[in-house]
Design a protein around this ligand. Structure first.
Ligand code: HXC
Length: 516
């Protein structure tokens, strides 16, 4: 064969690799409303920047007629390119090849590109659309999953890892995404469950559809497995690109600074009107967040899960921050198990990638009741304390209104190494609310009073006047300043700029042991 013939042979081979499982299967993929592995890669990466590797890899299984079912590249496309003009690695499972099932070679391709991402210090995105372990290969496939889980774990906190679930992800295969930092799903396409509806029915008698069991909506709202849910793949990959824009390339770097931001000195006079004068009334904390951040650009994480707590990314003067806040308009912003899990995870995600934390506090306390106690509010609530206390990134907070008891401590307080702690003038900082405190401290006085209703109210008013304000905490140095709401943006930016080079380390140890 001449050199020219070899070249045209290469071109022929390459053309074939791009067809995956063939035209018919691509058509079937499209008819299900799904994009192909390569079309997804095109949506993720900046145009023309993707470089594929492992293009000609094939499996070596001969059982069950597999010798006749070979496709160059096997069931996954892997490689690297640029996202927002920064290096990024990815794999994209190709459902047109044996249902995207994970073969030994597919897992080796995925592991290889994960190793490259970690050693090059760049994020890694996995696009999942697979029938799970390649049944014909048996143990080799299972070993492949284990190799992937190990890398997900070892590279956790080293580089950002993102999973995009746009097809089936079943059984043990769900655990790779579950170990990564963020999971994206598309409604109607992504499915994630440990056992499918048939097994569920056989074992428990429950009848449930695939979508009800493991669709994007339930994973986003009920289980909290999924962080972002989208209507279609285009919006989903836009979301991934946007998220990567808030994160650094790896744990040694800071997120990139944007120079597109609005006036640092912007005064927001309407902020004070968002909070009702009656502190028992609810309001929407998101309105406050949107008014103080750059360009009202907020990427909310876990939006559909634990609505009493808000987490997400924003920027102040172009610098990426993680925002944490109660949502008083949902269950009064109480801290329960799900909110604690959601918040603690987000604090740790930001901390490992050098994203400063900005916390807005309006918390009546931890959720009471046997349901929460029996399910472990102590253990789950402890995660939040642990996460804030161990975090070494800049930590700035504003107490907007309520900050009571243990929940006050949990929310980035001075005692958990909060760097700058502000409060608005309507802040109420105390061990417990006035009603509960008076009922406890003045129990005897109230029961002995002739007009015990009026006495109780008088005592409540006195308690409120004396204790439920920010000045006692400020007098003791637990609050650095009481600020006018309209100055919040400016004050936060100044504090974050002052803390930009903050450098503290935790005591040497193998690793901490967060309550799980
Ligand atoms: C080999 C597979 C496969 C698999 C699908 N295919 N899954 N081949 N191993 N795991 C093949 C199908 O045989 C079919 O080939 C083609 O891919 C497309 O599959 P369809 O069934 O036609 O597609 P669809 O109707 O969309 O259904 C998708 C599906 C279904 C729901 C994922 O394929 C399915 O149930 N697959 C098996 C799922 C499973 O039990 N996997 C093992 C789980 S255990 P042909 O040539 O017929 O068109 C596991 C353990 C992991 O994964 C443990 C990790 C720790």
């Amino acid at each position: 064969m001449s050199n020219k013939q070899r070249l045209s042979q290469l071109n022929e081979y390459r053309k074939k690799t791009r067809q995956g499982g063939g035209a018919k299967r691509i058509e079937a993929q499209h008819s299900k409303g799904k994009l192909t592995a390569r079309e997804r890669i095109d949506l993720l990466f900046d145009a023309g920047t993707f470089e594929e590797i492992g293009t000609f890899a094939i499996h070596r299984c001969v059982d069950f007629g597999m010798a006749e079912q070979q496709y160059a590249g096997d069931s996954v496309v892997v490689g690297y390119g640029r996202v927002n003009n920064r290096l990024c690695f990815a794999f994209s499972q190709d459902f047109t090849v044996l249902g995207g099932s994970l073969s030994e070679i597919a897992s080796r391709k995925i592991c290889g590109v994960m190793d490259l991402a970690a050693s090059s210090g760049a994020p890694f995105v996995g696009i999942l659309d697979s029938g799970g372990a390649r049944i014909q290969e048996g143990i080799d496939s299972l070993n492949g999953y284990g190799e992937i889980f190990t890398r997900n774990t070892l590279y956790s906190g080293v580089i950002p890892q993102i999973s995009v679930i746009v097809g089936p992800t079943a059984g043990g295969a769900v655990y790779s995404p579950a170990i990564t930092d963020f999971i994206f799903m598309v409604k109607g396409l992504g499915q994630s469950y440990i056992t499918g509806p048939d097994v569920v029915e056989a074992v428990t008698g429950e009848k449930v559809s695939l979508e009800e069991l493991g669709g994007a909506t339930v994973n986003a709202s009920k289980s909290g497995n999924c962080h972002f849910v989208y209507e279609n793949e285009e919006e989903c990959f836009d979301g991934v690109r946007s998220l990567l824009g808030f994160l650094p390339q790896n744990h040694n770097e800071s997120p990139v600074t944007s120079d597109n931001y609005d006036d640092i000195n912007r005064q927001e006079e309407e902020l004070i009107d968002i909070i009702p004068d009656n502190s028992a009334q609810a309001y929407d904390m998101k309105k406050i967040i949107l008014k103080v951040i750059d360009n009202a650009d907020f990427l909310e994480v876990h939006q559909k899960f634990a609505g009493n707590f808000i987490v997400g990314f924003a920027r102040f003067a172009g610098e990426s921050v993680g925002i944490l806040a109660q949502q008083p308009s949902y269950m009064a912003g109480v801290l329960d198990i799900d909110a604690s899990d959601k918040a603690a995870r987000f604090v740790r995600t930001c901390d490992c990638f050098n994203v400063p934390l900005v916390t807005f506090v309006d918390v009546p306390g931890y959720m009471p009741g046997t349901d929460q106690e029996f399910r472990g509010i102590i253990r789950h609530g402890a995660k939040l304390l642990f996460a804030y206390a161990e975090a070494t990134v800049p930590k700035v907070s504003v107490i907007i209104r309520k900050a009571y008891g243990g929940a006050y401590i949990a929310m980035s307080s001075k005692s958990l190494r909060g760097d700058i702690n502000y409060a608005w003038p309507m802040a109420e900082i105390a061990v417990m609310g006035p009603e509960a405190a008076v009922g406890f401290v003045n129990r005897q006085e109230i029961s002995e009073a002739k007009d015990n209703k009026e006495t109780k109210q008088r005592l409540i008013d006195e308690y409120r006047e004396r204790f439920t304000n920010p000045y006692m905490a400020a007098a003791r140095g637990y609050i650095d300043d009481v600020i006018a709401p309209c100055d919040t943006r400016y004050k936060l930016i100044k504090a974050l700029q002052m803390l930009k080079n903050k450098d503290i380390t935790n005591p040497p140890r193998k690793h901490g042991n967060i309550p799980l």
